[in-house]
Design a protein around this ligand. Structure first.
Ligand code: A3P
Length: 323
């Protein structure tokens, strides 16, 4: 059903050149507004499957991000933290799965690859406690995620850096997605799972009202203080590092194993192509670009930056959330 959003974007499909369908280029552009969230049509179907068929368990852990906010990093960290008893709390990380598998493949997405092809039974078969990942905004998640008291870790990132990261990622497979077009759409709130400010605010407000179950993290702060954040994450997940682990240097070992430089250098992450989204094969290396805070300066003018800053500031005003 076509809807008009609050920014006046009335088209059901934005930027779609139907004459190009079904080429990969054309498939990149259309988004539809589903329950106030911009999604590609195939993602809408997938989210509907999650909403109607996925049954959360009380001990599930959900890693939630807006795309390009550091999902790959959070997956690696949470995987390393939760599996450390099995993969070397004696500081022997020489056989760790993260050395041979892409972090994206170690923690499954709720909604991807699109669930109409990959049934929910894939997730039901996983043993508890499950570590799961999603980009689905809070209002679209099954409500029992919150009523059951599942732990939710939300990682956000400064919106200008998100836009640049997103543009670089999509532009690899879709040259029509120019920076100017990406910027205009992003400022309207239009990109997958957007508007980004609604996505951020949903989890921010929940983390304020329910801090025991929702941990709200920021990419920039995590980059500046990774050791503190890894400890915080382990604590939140109910498996704090023991004094012995701390003195053995396991926290630093975890940080190093999951660092941008380390992961980017591994063959599983630096070579090959995988289709994790569904119909959009991407180079494994495209999940590791610069890993820097403030890279927007290399791709956006000061004028663009001010415009987006002003929009975001207005949208999150009064919430207490700051970037
Ligand atoms: P840049 O494009 O700014 O470099 P996602 O995983 O949500 O798709 O986000 C991708 C962004 O996270 C990319 O940002 C990528 O470089 C960065 N990234 C990937 N792995 C990282 C890591 N281990 N540490 C820090 N940043 C990482």
């Amino acid at each position: 059903q076509s809807q008009s959003n609050h920014n006046g974007v009335a088209d059901q499909e934005v930027g779609a050149d139907q004459s190009l369908a079904p080429t990969p280029t054309a498939q990149q552009f259309p988004w539809v507004l589903y329950q106030s969230c911009w999604l590609r049509p195939s993602a809408v179907e997938s989210v509907k499957v999650v909403q109607s068929q996925f049954t959360p368990r009380h001990d599930d852990v959900f890693l939630v991000t807006y795309p390009k906010c550091g999902t790959t990093w959070l997956k690696a960290l949470a995987f390393a933290i939760t599996r450390r008893s099995r993969h070397g709390s004696d500081a022997d990380y020489s056989h760790h799965p993260l050395l041979t598998c892409h972090p994206q493949d170690l923690v499954p997405f709720l909604e991807m690859p699109y669930r109409q092809l990959h049934p929910i039974s894939d997730l039901e078969a996983l043993p508890s406690p499950r570590l799961l990942c999603t980009h689905i905004p809070l209002p679209l998640l099954p409500p029992s995620v919150f009523t059951l008291g599942c732990r939710v870790v939300y990682l956000c990132r400064e919106p200008k850096d998100v836009l640049v990261s997103l543009w670089c990622f999509i532009n690899k497979v879709n040259k029509n997605y120019t920076m100017d077009k990406a910027f205009d759409l992003f400022c309207e709130g239009v990109s997958s799972y957007g508007p980004i400010w609604d996505h951020n605010l949903g989890f921010w407000k929940k983390s304020v009202s329910d801090p025991d179950n929702v941990l709200f993290l920021k990419y920039d702060e995590m980059t500046a203080q990774p050791v503190e954040h890894v400890k915080m994450l382990a604590e939140f997940l109910g498996i704090p590092f023991t004094d012995e682990e701390v003195s053995q240097g396991i926290v630093e070992e975890t940080v190093n194993l999951c660092s941008f430089e380390k992961l980017k250098s591994l063959p599983a992450n630096s070579s090959g192509v995988s289709d994790r989204i569904g119909g959009v094969p991407m180079e494994n290396s495209s999940y590791f670009r610069t890993g820097k805070v403030g890279d927007w300066k290399n791709h956006m003018t000061e004028e663009m930056a001010k415009k987006l800053d002003d929009i975001v500031e207005e949208k999150i005003k009064g919430s207490g959330l700051k970037f």
